[in-house]
Write a protein that binds this ligand. Sequence first.
Ligand code: DON
Length: 580
Amino acid sequence: MTPRTAPSTLVRPAGAGIGGVGRALLAGLLVLVTGTHGAFAQAADTQTPSAAAVASAHPLATRAGHDILQAGGNAFDAAVAVGAMLAVVEPTGSGLGGGGFWLLHRAADGREIMLDGRERAPLDAHADMYLDTDGAVIPAASINGALASAIPGTPAALAHLASQYGRLPLARSLAPAIHAAREGFPVDAHYLQLARFRLEALRRSPAAAAIFLDQGDLPKEGYILRQPDLARALESIAGHGHAGFYAGPLAQDLVDGVRAAGGIWSLRDLAGYRVVEREPVRGEYRGIRITTAAPPSSGGIALVTMLNILAGYPLEDLAAPDRAHLVIEAMRRAYRDRAVYLGDPDFTEVPMEVLLSPAYAAGLRNAIRPDRATPSAMLPGVAADATGTDTTHFSILDRAGNRVAATLSINLPFGAAFMPPGTGILLNNEMDDFSIKPGVGNSYGLVGAQPNAIAPGKRPLSSMTPTFLDDGRRIAILGTPGGSRIITMVLLAALDFQRGAPPREWVGLRRYHHQYLPDVVSYEPGTFSADETAALAARGHTLEERTRPYGNMQAILWDRADNRVSAASDPRGGGTAETR
Ligand code: DON
């Protein structure tokens, strides 16, 4: 593989933990390492799809993607347009103040990389920054306000995608978003629900309240949300690329606003931000090639671990509760490993080879009893305690066969609910994805340990799992928001893909989830029959029916046998999937 690199890029093999002290020093350097992990042959695609497809969480974003394809852009230009449009019309979920992972497949040479645009902790961050002098967690400090925000990666990723992979100028791909920011768009019921959830926090940031609320109160459905400052920020990126965000007047305003509100950003933080091109995590499950998110996402490793465990069972021959029991036990074990081993690979040694090996999974499988749930407390791990929810995913396939699966986030709905005045940029609260104290659960109840402790310049561990599946005939592009549940949603969809189901079914599927701690199986209404819940409870599982459905999966399927392209958007959300 011959990676194309840019001065702003690090290319690293997945899991090649650099290890040792002072690794943060490496963060600003140009390092070129050719990938060795899971070396899949990469070659030009020999077939092209009969149609292009875009699936995203908002109709205006799906349309912007297709418009850019029609204007001569490729899937990577369309990804810039969709990502930027979502920053405008779905400000609850992602944006310029956040980060994310972009899984790319380039048809011309088969090159596959994960563009890591994850946020980084500020250089003045430290492990105990959310604890008081007694070592107790300061309530909400990692959730609301300027101190909760890590250094954004999405603007850098947009500039990198356009310059390294796109065909159109960045300004062209950003144009639809700039227009929508300036002219406004009508807010929908989903927006209002999340604004209600974050109302008090939004009111504490005058700049955020002025944009996202109407005179300090919830707007009515159909209210036209205009974001002139955000339009100017997008224009700054359109005009100056990476530097339009990370240097110059916008950078100064961001830093001033954060510091005035008690945050710790510096210009050095912004100047030092780099995207990283990483080797995706690879796996294989019953003839399906899995290409998925690498650390600092936990998603790919956990997904492959679960599939490796499940590969040892004849799942399709089992009764529903027997199958669900084994899937739950696989989830429990993969999430335990997440808590114990995973963190930013530039700071912590991630034992990738072991965690991804079928032999390791066989050991985990051997300890699963078909008749009994394993209490999580019996697995050596980390002790814990609790859980909230936005983020966004989109999938793109162009007519040349280029593919993008991107999951982008500002973490909780409206991120930190903080906007530095005059910038139009709502900042993330991704610092909460770190383990702020060993054994203390984050907003998703996820526990962690030293590998995911806060350190200057470090990326918080994520669950975002943009994924490609390829069984030789069919190719799937998928992902979803949903915090800790993302990985199990992608797992259930992958199992459904394996059964031969179409994308409409993967995105609509009733979902269940186990994440090691808390030791409960939570499930959407309608997932299990009464008999099935009884059978699972009899094995010792604690079951919790959720009041609300979760997830917002966006998926594309290209069936190369009959060269048909189909796409689906999760019925739980307001998104659209269109093939053209
Ligand atoms: O990176 C992560 O795992 C989280 N920040 C994602 C948050 C999320 O999906 C919220 N969505 N509903």
